[in-house]
Design a binder for this molecule. Structure first.
Ligand SMILES: Nc1ncnc2c1ncn2[C@@H]1O[C@H](COP(=O)(O)OP(=O)(O)OP(=O)(O)O)[C@@H](O)[C@H]1O
Ligand SMILES: [Mg+2]
Length: 383
């Protein structure tokens, strides 16, 4: 067991956390809708959409197990069947999976969908229950003109028991469905997840870090830095991946806690946005500013005051015999670095009181890269 990573497996993509943060309202709403319908003995169908890493699959698992564990509804237990349609991407393979889940099976070939569905219903009748069929990544299925969604939403109330669907997709899939199935997903049967914002991601990271890492090893400053990296997309999976890689970097370097430099290393190894070509194209002033930024960031902070970087820049310019640029030009160059995805400026849009960060590669590495270039150019300038 590492000093920092105590339960690394809980950061795995396949791990289902016992709790979901910042999605209570959505889960409460979904649970209520299903419980109400099933309590009356009728099916309920829902479509859940949201961006990559917005928690769709996590919500589906959570809802499924809550409904299973929530006791009988209208006298019947609930069974959830989860199918990832990306992996089983046609009606027959999905239906075979459903058959097995209710304890019946058919040979792989030779049966029409309708026949298979009959056998499915016989399986349910053997021990009546409500079924919640979760079709995750359902786009793969509906884009091939699935009949299964239609057949399942129209399934006759299987005397005692109902078949409810929970469709999950990153996009609205209803336009691909036939009008009859679409009508089962009226406006109230659709839920679009809002992307996670920076605060949500920081809260999510704090919770997941509390499961995976030793207490006291994950400062807020670092979690916020990671949240900032994923804010554009709101992708929780990406944020967790960076957290996990940063923790590994921290352990390998023998540190006692996560530091901004470990996050930069994690980001830089997987998704490099600072390339040698990009640096080669930067004007000299920008390179000198980057060098000053890299040096200023060697400390424990993920973000440093702009004024500190500017005075470091003045020293760097002097060191390499370059005339320092004006305050306005300095600021313009910083904003240009931000546009290129090299630096981050916070809070957004302000001048002197702002802070600058660079989360793309380790500051020590950037310093080496830039120093080399600056020294070469300075040498070339000398007569
Ligand atoms: N609210 C949350 N609290 C804790 N962990 C979360 C939360 N939301 C998502 N996660 C975690 O983030 C990762 C991505 O979430 P999930 O797989 O549910 O996203 P998704 O919307 O299904 O993405 P995709 O579109 O790629 O399928 C998972 O590891 C999940 O456990
Ligand atoms: Mg998913």
């Amino acid at each position: 067991m590492g000093r920092i990573l105590r339960a690394e497996e809980t950061l795995d993509a396949s791990y289902a956390p016992p709790k979901l943060v910042r999605r209570d309202a959505e889960i409460d709403l979904l649970r209520k809708r299903y419980r109400e319908a099933l309590g009356k003995g009728v099916a309920y169908h829902q479509l859940l959409t949201g961006g990559i890493g917005s928690g769709k699959t996590a919500i589906a698992h959570h809802l499924g197990s809550e409904l299973e564990k929530g006791g009988k509804l209208g006298g019947l237990a609930v069974q959830r069947i989860y199918v990832n349609c990306w992996r089983r991407s046609n009606d027959r393979t999905v239906l075979h999976h459903l058959l097995r889940a209710v304890g019946v099976s058919l040979p792989d070939r030779g049966y029409a969908l309708a026949e298979m569905l009959d056998v499915f219903e016989q399986g349910i009748r053997k021990s009546p229950r409500h079924l919640l069929v979760v079709l995750d990544e359902v786009s793969a299925l509906v884009r091939q003109e699935t009949k299964l969604v239609y057949l399942l939403t129209r399934a006759p109330e299987v005397s005692l028991g109902s078949i409810s669907l929970f469709l999950v997709a990153s996009e609205d899939v209803l336009p691909y469905l036939d009008p009859a199935s679409r009508s089962s997903f009226g406006v109230t049967h659709r839920l679009q997840l809002k992307p996670y914002g920076r605060d949500d991601l920081a809260g999510l990271l704090r919770y997941r870090a509390s499961l995976a890492l030793a207490p006291g090893t994950y400062p807020d400053e670092v979690l916020d830095q990671i949240a900032g990296l994923a804010t554009g997309t709101g992708d929780a999976r990406f944020a967790l991946e960076i957290l996990s890689n940063a923790a590994r970097h921290a352990e390998e370097s023998g540190a006692v806690a996560l530091e901004p430099e470990h996050v930069r290393a994690a980001k830089g190894s997987g998704y490099p946005t600072i390339t040698e070509t990009k640096l080669e194209e930067l004007p000299e002033a920008s390179l000198l500013i980057l060098l000053a930024l890299a040096r200023t960031l060697r400390g424990p902070k993920a973000r440093v005051p702009t004024e500190r970087v500017r005075s470091a820049y003045a020293a760097v310019a002097e060191e390499f015999g370059a005339a320092p640029v004006s305050r306005v030009t300095f600021w313009r160059a910083v904003k240009q670095l931000e546009r290129e995805g090299i630096a981050q400026v916070e809070p957004v849009g302000t001048g002197q009181s702002s802070r600058i960060g660079m989360d793309e590669v380790p500051a020590s590495y950037l310093e080496t890269l830039v120093h080399e270039r600056v020294a070469r150019r300075a040498a070339a300038r000398k007569p």
